[in-house]
Design a protein around this ligand. Sequence first.
Ligand SMILES: [Zn+2]
Length: 151
Amino acid sequence: MSANAVGHFAGTPVEFPAAATRSRWQAIKRGFRERCPNCGEGRMFRAYLKVVDTCPVCGEELFHHRADDAPPYLTILVVGHIVGGSMLVVEEINDTLPLWIHMVVWPILTVALSLYLLPRLKGALIGYQWALRMHGFDPALRDHDAPSEAL
Ligand SMILES: [Zn+2]
C-alpha cells in the first residue's frame, strides 16, 4: 500500500507524495493574517488587494489564485450578519435612540468592518485554494503560465 495521496486531474490519477500534504486550516489562518500559505512569513499582498506573484520569503508562486468574486461575497455575508444582527439587538435593547445615531454608527461600522475583512478573507480564500492545489497551486501540474492580472 502506497503512503502517497492520490487525486485526479482531468480524469487522470495523480499521485502526491505523502509529505506534500497541505493543512487547509493552517493555510486559511496564514492567509487570513495576509501571509504566504506555504511559509506563513512572507506578505501575501503588495497593495490592499494586489497579491504578490511569488512569496518574498519562500518563493512560492501565489499568482495562481482565482479569488474572483468570492472575497467580496464572503465580506458582504459576514458584515451583513454582524451589522444587521447588531442593529436588531440595539433596537431591542433601546428603541428610543435618536435616528441620527443609527445613521452615523451603522454605516461607519459597515465600511470599517468591510475594509478590515476584505483582504483577510481574500487571503484566507487564496490559502484554501493553495491547500487544495487548485488553479496551478500544484507544482506537479503547473503549466508555468505568466502571472495573471487577476486581483
Ligand atoms: Zn512563503
